[in-house]
Ligand binder design. Structure first.
Ligand code: C2E
Ligand code: CA
Ligand code: CA
Length: 441
């Protein structure tokens, strides 16, 4: 293991100091509802506004694990920072290891919560100096207000939470709940039934995102990404669709459908003289399913596909439940000649042991690190280390989420093998991909 860069050492050179005050606005969880109800009662009488800010500390716990920092250290420091950005009358409650709720009572206008959120984001701009590491935490904030977007305390909390989910899925730092969002959220709970129907009535599609070889600029492979458009509603974010399928036992059928669709398209491209490797994502649950190898070999047989032209992207968390079992399944897949890739590398709990123990071909650096690598030294060092790590283990390394030319150039200079991202192309339907490939030659 001596060649593996120690992630703890990554940020050592960025050491800094920090001094923060003790939060006076912090409340226990049990006091949240009553505090909020009182604030609402008061606002009703005085015609003021109450806001709830639901804050997710994106990546904090995962980074904790990667760097070996005990969970909770970052949260304590984050709570103090939040408090410094607030008024004395505002209240802060820790809801979980990564979630904070802020109550802003007695506001004069609906516009103020966004300003408060901007201030909160600002206090998180400086990294946290914890032990020998400098960690950047990027909060994601969902906002809802009374009386504009909720009628009572319960609704206010739910709506702020929905707003936070929307912020996360749209990759924005803050989002204010809108009247239509509740309908959309209610639709999600009805998705269970809709998914069966979706598979049956062809509401599902697979789009393909090209990946390019940085040395040559050539595209030799694509990633298959699920798309679901629900009539009368619009696009369902793929992670939502996957979660629904996982929770109602349909994930096997969904994986089978995506796999078969992707291999069918691959064989169509081949007939047009376009040779492309295709990568299919596996959900966390699928890797623990003994049926998976059979399902993959059947799909390969049906479309007479070359196994070495299929990559399965495994999320890092996928093996957490049962390491030995997942390893056995991976070995079976590997024996069939299929390539294995670890998706979102660097965000999970087991990055380094993964590389050592599993029969891998590729690492994909998570887009969270790639997107900010030009203006965040810590992210840049993580990207550089993962590239070195991959090469030390003779693995191909892919950077996902490349959004600009400058990052593309930097990655090439850093020796990254393959890049994927909006600067090259978003995921597009098979027909559009065929046209793209003709232009891209
Ligand atoms: P992922 O596997 O990490 O896929 C990459 C996601 O990043 C895709 O989002 C892609 O559209 C998006 N992306 C690509 N380039 C860029 C970029 O330059 N900037 C930004 N901001 N985003 C970029 P998408 O299609 O919404 O999928 C989200 C996630 O849903 C996927 O993340 C994957 O975990 C899951 N997913 C999608 N399709 C499937 C599937 O068929 N099966 C399973 N199990 N999971 C899937
Ligand atoms: Ca993926
Ligand atoms: Ca990914």
């Amino acid at each position: 293991m001596s060649n593996i860069p120690n992630p703890r050492a990554l940020a050592t050179s960025l050491r800094g100091t920090e001094c923060e005050s003790q939060p006076s606005q912090e409340l226990p969880r049990s006091a949240l509802k009553s505090t909020l109800t009182n604030a609402i009662d008061h606002a009703r009488m005085s015609q003021r506004v109450v806001a709830v800010l639901m804050i997710l500390l994106a990546r904090s716990d995962r980074l904790d694990a990667m760097l070996g920092i005990p969970t909770g250290q970052i949260m304590q420091r984050a709570l103090r920072r939040v408090a410094t950005a607030l008024r004395p009358a505002d209240r802060v409650v820790q809801l979980s290891d990564e979630k904070i709720c802020v109550v802003l009572p007695n506001l004069r206008s609906d516009a103020l919560p966004s300003l408060a959120a901007a201030k909160l984001l600002h206090v998180f701009e400086a990294p946290f100096a914890i032990e020998e590491n400098l960690l950047t935490v990027r909060p994601i904030i969902g906002i809802a207000t009374f009386p504009g977007q909720a009628a009572n305390a319960e609704e206010l909390l739910v709506h702020a939470d929905i707003a936070k989910h929307i912020a996360r899925s749209r990759d924005v730092a803050q989002y204010v709940f809108q009247a239509d969002d509740r309908r959309a959220a209610d639709t999600y709970t009805g998705l269970n039934i809709e998914l069966r129907e979706a598979i049956r009535t062809n509401q599902l599609e697979v789009y393909y995102q090209p990946k390019i070889e940085l040395k040559t600029g050539r595209c030799r492979s694509v990633e298959a990404l699920l798309r679901w458009t629900l009539p009368g509603h619009g696009a369902i974010p793929p992670p939502v669709a996957i979660r629904v399928a996982e929770s109602n036992g349909m994930i096997g059928s969904l994986t089978e459908w995506v796999l078969n669709t992707a291999l069918r398209h691959q064989s169509e491209w081949k007939h047009l003289g376009i040779m492309l490797d295709v990568a299919v994502n596996l959900s966390t649950i699928t890797l623990g399913d003994a049926e998976l190898p059979r399902l993959v070999s059947q799909a390969l047989g049906t479309w007479q596909a070359d196994p070495s032209r299929l990559t399965l992207e495994i999320n890092e968390d996928a093996t957490i439940n049962d390491l030995e079992y997942s390893l056995a399944i991976m070995n079976q897949l590997k024996k069939m000649g299929v390539a294995l890739s670890v998706d979102d590398f660097g965000t999970g709990y087991s990055s380094l042991s993964y590389v050592k123990r599993f029969p891998l071909d590729e690492l994909k650096i998570d887009k969270l690190f790639v997107q900010h690598m030009r203006d965040n030294k810590g992210d840049q060092q993580i990207v550089r280390s993962v590239i070195d790590l991959a090469h030390n283990f003779e693995l191909t390394v892919v950077a996902e989420g490349v959004e600009d030319e400058a990052t593309l150039k930097d990655l090439k200079r850093m020796g990254c093998d393959i890049a994927q991202g909006f600067v090259i192309s978003p995921a597009i339907p098979s027909d559009a991909l065929i046209e793209w490939m003709k232009r891209h030659k």
